[in-house]
Design a protein around this ligand. Structure first.
Ligand code: CTP
Length: 403
């Protein structure tokens, strides 16, 4: 999944010949999964039509503080638009607009949106080579850099004037690549490999029956998805689960039984940096799996069970550099039992769910956790959605591994 997937982007288009390339840029951003709203300076409309850009972005294109075409003129709220954006990209960015950005001028909607925004701002200059080299333009770039705005260098090539040199707007593909690279740099789990287990396991009794549990897999899947958005490379070893999620953004290994989960985890563990085992693994499985469907001939039926391997404990024994996280689902002496588990299984951190807490547990969309660390530091959290709990868990791990 692209890091731009789901990102809300304001694309500022200013009045330069390269404005026609904004159409390609919109198309590529939409292809990456971003939601794009185009804001044009009034003069930019002479270089590319709002109709082209609104069709490609599937959003209305704005260029003035009010909707001129409308009898009942509406105010285009630049503050709301600035705050809506996860990032702003100004491409092409003319010397004129860049200078106004550097000096806080606000004589068009794009500049007002820029001044209202709190998100990262990228800009791709487009101008003639002498303008690009001018000390005044350089001073503008320095000022914008001091604001934290990110410049996407112009490229060398033929310019609208017919001269050859630096000043051509970077190609749309390159603009997108630079933005993606820059965004990845700031991600706390970049280059980290995460191994996550989730869901229940099913232990076969015969060809049609099994012993299972009510785990949905939602908690582990939420952790996996959030880890991806923080830049991690994720392998999710997943027991039978009906949750629908974006499988393409990670490596998903589907398993059924505890034994299969054990094999899959051991195959991946060595190359992982962090392992979070949230699966509700069956503790026991039938000693024998009947080859045929068991008939209801007897009045009672006894199935003998044997212990499955404890996957978490087994990797706790071989762990070296890895940061190891386990879950504990307890009904009594919660903290004490969780601490014992943390020690016995050689974990760095354990996440406690108490079945006595309302809103915690297997099936629902919420969870209530307490995080307990190796040094006994204990942090309780409120009831939250599983997505927010996933964020808390990963934030906690990140502060620990960077400590
Ligand atoms: N776990 C595992 N393999 C198993 C059983 C459990 O990897 N065969 C992991 C779970 O994914 C979870 C943690 O161990 O992270 C805690 O599991 P839990 O069932 O609560 O604890 P147990 O160690 O099985 O102890 P008990 O059943 O006595 O509470």
């Amino acid at each position: 999944m692209s890091i731009l997937n789901g990102k809300k982007i304001v694309l500022g288009v200013t009045a330069g010949i390269a404005a026609y390339k904004a159409a390609f840029l919109v198309r590529l951003l939409v292809k990456e999964g971003a939601e794009v709203k185009v804001v044009m300076t009034p003069k930019a409309k002479e270089f590319v039509t709002p109709l082209t850009l609104s069709t490609l972005s599937k959003n209305e294109v704005l260029s003035s503080f009010t909707n001129e075409d409308d009898d009942t003129a509406q105010w285009n709220n630049h503050v709301a638009l600035g705050l809506w954006a996860d990032l702003i990209v100004v491409a092409p960015a003319t010397a004129n607009t860049l200078s106004k950005m550097a000096h806080g001028t606000s004589d068009n909607l794009l500049l007002a949106v820029y001044l209202s925004a709190k998100c990262p701002v990228y800009y791709a200059p487009a101008m003639d080579l002498d303008m690009y080299k001018h000390p005044s333009t350089k001073a503008t770039f320095n000022t914008l850099e001091s604001f934290g705005n990110i410049k996407i260098e112009a490229e060398h090539g033929e310019l609208a004037s017919g001269l050859i040199g630096e000043g051509r707007m970077a190609e749309p593909e390159n603009i997108i690549q630079k933005i993606k690279d820059h965004m990845l740099l700031g991600l706390p789990l970049k280059d980290k490999k995460l191994l996550i287990t989730a869901g229940p396991t099913y232990e076969a009794i015969d060809p049609v029956r099994f012993i299972g549990n009510h785990s949905s897999g939602k908690m582990g899947i939420a952790i996996a998805q959030h880890a991806v958005s923080l830049g991690a490379k994720v392998t999710l070893v997943l027991g039978p689960s009906s949750v629908v999620f974006d499988r393409k953004s990670m490596k998903v290994v589907d398993v059924v039984s505890a034994e299969q989960m054990y094999e899959a985890v051991h195959k991946e563990f060595n190359s992982s940096n962090i392992a979070i085992l949230s699966a509700a693994v069956a503790d026991y499985r039938p000693t024998k799996v009947s080859a045929e469907k068991i008939k209801k001939t007897e009045r009672t039926l006894t199935i003998q069970l044997e212990k499955t391997q404890d996957i978490l404990a087994s990797i706790g024994k071989i762990k070296e550099h890895q940061f190891l996280v386990g879950f504990a689902l307890e009904t009594q002496n919660e903290i004490e039992n969780a601490k014992k588990k943390l020690e016995k299984k050689n974990l760095d951190l354990i996440i406690l769910n108490s079945l006595r807490d309302k809103g915690a547990g297997f099936k629902g969309d919420t969870n209530k956790i307490t995080i307990i660390e190796k040094d006994n530091k204990t942090t309780p959290f409120e009831v939250k959605s599983k997505d927010d709990v996933a964020k808390d868990i990963l934030n906690h791990i990140i502060t620990r591994i960077h400590a």
